[in-house]
Write a protein that binds this ligand. Structure first.
Ligand SMILES: [Mg+2]
Length: 291
């Protein structure tokens, strides 16, 4: 979060957490908060997400942030979709133009709860995303992240998980409305051999799905472990919190939670009031039951 929106030139390589902009060091942002919302809905809904309940939960979350004086955490697609719903638009219309990375940033729980079966995975991703991000590009980005997480939990290596992510992105790109955006699957494939220093200039680190999702995958090729992936992503500039959230989720799924340093996990646990082990447990139970 402290590096979000900065240019690469303004960032010294990130070595750990820092307090900034009113958040304590290790305080989570919208990516994690919305992922927790998705996790709770999945567990309460027995593996299904009701789009009305998702829209209501996101609106309630934003109201809660506003009441505490926190603004600017709602991304452009989610904001537009929720405004449309509040103004009486049908849910089918609300997410029609949502192309940014809000669906991908919050999708990891779907990857944990859903076995690595391509068709089912993409269906679950679409169900958890279309109310705010009903476009091929946003769904492809979300499917890529969820697929990599799901494959990682099944024991896939990072390269195997990335291959599965590309296949999921290709399939999901055919869902939702087509928009003229770069192809997520093609850009993930293309970024495989890219030097880390070229990621911000060549892939881009904006909130556009076709930039930040391939950027998160590109980081993985240069990461020694999940924590290094998070720190590398946080050093890219642009939408750093989101890119790091996605890279960390994928690398963590492939290597196991134990790969994160104990003190980093302790800090996140202490400064945020989030029942993460309990949610992970509930999601894994869903996965085991539907596997
Ligand atoms: Mg962000």
């Amino acid at each position: 979060m402290p590096t979000e929106g900065l240019s690469p030139a303004e960032i010294v390589p990130v070595t750990g957490f820092a307090a900034a902009r009113g958040l304590p060091a290790g305080g989570v942002t919208d990516d994690t908060q919305q992922a927790v919302i998705v996790a709770r809905l999945l567990i309460d809904g027995d593996g299904r997400i009701d789009p009305h309940r998702l829209a209501d939960a996101l609106l309630a979350w934003e109201r809660d942030l506003r009441s505490r004086g926190i603004r600017g955490l709602l991304g452009p697609s989610t904001r537009a979709a929720l405004n449309a719903v509040a103004a009486g638009a049908s849910l089918e219309e609300a997410g029609k133009h949502g192309t940014t990375n809000g669906a991908a940033m919050r999708i990891a729980p779907v990857g944990i709860a859903t076995p690595a079966d391509l068709g089912r995975l993409v269906d679950s991703v679409v169900e958890a995303s279309w109310v705010t991000h009903n476009t091929g590009v946003a769904l492809a980005g979300a499917a890529a992240v969820a697929a990599a997480v799901s494959a990682g939990i099944d024991g896939a290596s990072l390269p195997e998980a990335i291959d599965f992510a590309v296949a999921a992105a290709e399939l999901a790109a055919q869902r939702g409305n087509w928009v003229a955006a770069g192809d997520v699957a093609a850009r993930i494939r293309w970024s495989r051999t890219m030097p880390a220093a070229d990621i911000p200039a060549l892939i881009g680190t904006s909130v556009a799905t076709q930039e930040s999702v391939p950027a998160a995958f590109a980081v993985l090729h240069h990461a020694e472990d999940p924590w290094h992936a998070c720190r590398t992503a946080a050093s890219l500039g642009g939408d750093t919190d989101t890119i790091a959230a996605m890279a960390g989720a994928i690398a963590g799924a492939c290597t196991g939670a134990d790969a994160f340093p104990e003190d980093a996990v302790r800090t996140v646990t202490e400064v945020n009031d989030l029942p993460l082990p309990e949610l992970a447990d509930g999601l894994l139970k869903l996965r085991a039951r539907t596997g």
